[in-house]
Design a protein around this ligand. Structure first.
Ligand SMILES: [Fe+2]
Ligand SMILES: [Fe+2]
Length: 244
């Protein structure tokens, strides 16, 4: 599994894991993120149980499991968080945050306890004493209980499944290089898996108020610079909730 440092300063880093050439074709590719603050780490959407072994190996090359403080699950989908019991099996004292709407459902992944629920209006997630990671309500944009995660320090916005693209193996670049060309890999996903135009337009309005340098989705390439605004404009104009 590929390990890519997205951001690094003297105390904070973002590392992306994904694009595993050895991954089975039967599961769609996912981006997993590690945020570190000082020597402590938070997993952002730790992924499915299918990719747990290579991800654990890749993660262990960056940070010791001893230093992992928490897990954030943006919503309930299996590609987001079906690995949860495996992570908590290794380090049971990790804090685990998930949308309140899904806390009792995610417990069915066999974790033996419920998540610390994130209320619908969102909350700040602490990491090693820092208080600049803010969950951004994204309900009904994709899942009925869903959050993005905005890092005020680095201006990185983790957008969960919003902005996701299903890329062919030949497109293994970390960042979007040609937005117009990239649309073909996003369009079907956004029409089919985003159910509500009203929720979508509310999300766009909310996200436009954030200062974003990098928008990092859970699938596909990341958006940086002007491509963030290009995505917001494109998404705002798109009719979603279309199954045929
Ligand atoms: Fe999802
Ligand atoms: Fe997903």
């Amino acid at each position: 599994m590929k390990t890519t440092v997205i951001y690094e300063d003297d105390i904070r880093s973002w590392v992306m894991f994904g694009r595993d050439p050895a991954k089975s074709d039967s599961v769609i590719d996912t981006n997993q993120y590690l945020i570190t603050h000082g020597d402590k780490g938070m997993l952002v959407d730790p992924g499915g149980s299918e990719i747990f072994p290579p991800f654990l190996t890749a993660l262990s090359n960056v940070i010791s499991m001893e230093k992992m403080e928490s897990i954030f699950a943006s919503h309930q989908d299996p590609d987001i968080v079906s690995s949860l019991a495996l992570w908590l099996g290794i380090k049971p004292d990790m804090e685990f945050y998930a949308p309140s709407a899904w806390a009792g459902f995610i417990a069915h992944f066999g974790v033996g306890r419920q998540a610390t629920p994130i209320p619908d209006e969102g909350m700040t997630l602490p990491l090693n004493g820092s208080m600049d990671l803010h969950t951004i309500p994204s309900h009904y944009v994709h899942s009925s209980g869903q959050f993005g995660l905005y890092d005020k320090r680095t201006k990185i916005f983790f957008s969960s499944d919003v902005g996701a693209a299903l890329l062919p193996p030949s497109h293994d670049g970390i960042f979007v290089e040609n937005f117009e060309d990239h649309i073909q890999y996003m369009e079907g996903f956004h029409k089919r898996w985003m159910p509500s135009n009203r929720a979508k337009n509310g999300w766009v309005k909310r996200v436009r108020e954030l200062e974003i340098d990098i928008m990092a989705p859970q699938h596909g390439a990341l958006f940086r610079g002007d491509d963030v605004q290009r995505f917001l404009d494109w998404f705002e104009a798109l009719e979603v909730g279309v199954a045929a």
